[in-house]
Design a protein around this ligand. Structure first.
Ligand code: IMP
Ligand code: MG
Length: 181
């Protein structure tokens, strides 16, 4: 258990567990379509995972181009639910192999939007890597090609992920369990 700024946080996945899993994911990614590979980090939550995963990919000999897209969900749970592009990538994806990297796959709306967008733009192949998969929350058919951990249905923080803008800097994935006395 950690105490961070007055909150108790239990470790769900330690920095060591995540690093070991990233190395395994990189090995799996290398076996897939990686010719002229463009990695797209889906901001904000994926920035630390993407930074570590692309260095693990480098260790296996891959040299992807790296891009960033900022997406935002709105009206989740309502009929008007959708995803909006806040900041787009600059590169042309036509004919290329794309690897989308995100922190968590939950309903699947965000990544489904991103995958369809890249396919509409003429990407040859789009694969998805996520650190965490919360399968019980899925609302679309979408599956990730590479999953770090099948995550229980807790709200998690750290390793890039926030609650109310806090705790992105933690080097592990944790669960806020309450206030420290
Ligand atoms: P969805 O798959 O479209 O529902 O989107 C999942 C997104 O919601 C993730 O990429 C995160 O940014 C955010 N999210 C979902 N669950 C959590 C959580 O437990 N902690 C922090 N962010 C979360
Ligand atoms: Mg996200």
């Amino acid at each position: 258990m950690h105490i961070v700024r007055g909150k108790k946080i239990d470790t769900l996945y330690s920095a060591e567990q995540i690093a070991a899993r990233n190395a395994e994911l990189a090995t799996q990614i290398k076996e897939g379509p990686t010719e002229d590979l463009l990695v797209i980090s889906v901001l904000k939550g994926s920035f630390i995972f993407a930074a570590d995963l692309i260095r693990a990919m480098h260790s296996t000999g891959m040299a992807p181009e790296v891009e960033f897209i900022t997406l935002s969900s709105y009206g989740a749970g309502t009929v008007s639910q959708g995803v909006r592009i806040i900041k787009d990538i600059d590169s042309d994806v036509h004919g290329r192999d794309i690897l989308l990297i995100d922190d968590i796959l939950e309903s699947g709306r965000t990544l489904r939007f991103a995958k369809e967008l890249m396919l509409e733009r003429g990407a040859r192949n789009v694969t998805i890597a996520v650190l965490l998969d919360k399968r019980v929350k899925r609302q679309t058919e979408l599956e990730a090609d590479y999953v770090g951990f099948e995550c229980p249905d807790y709200f998690v923080v750290g390793y890039g992920m926030d609650v109310a803008y806090a705790f992105r800097e933690l080097p592990f994935v944790g669960i806020v369990t309450g206030d420290a006395e």
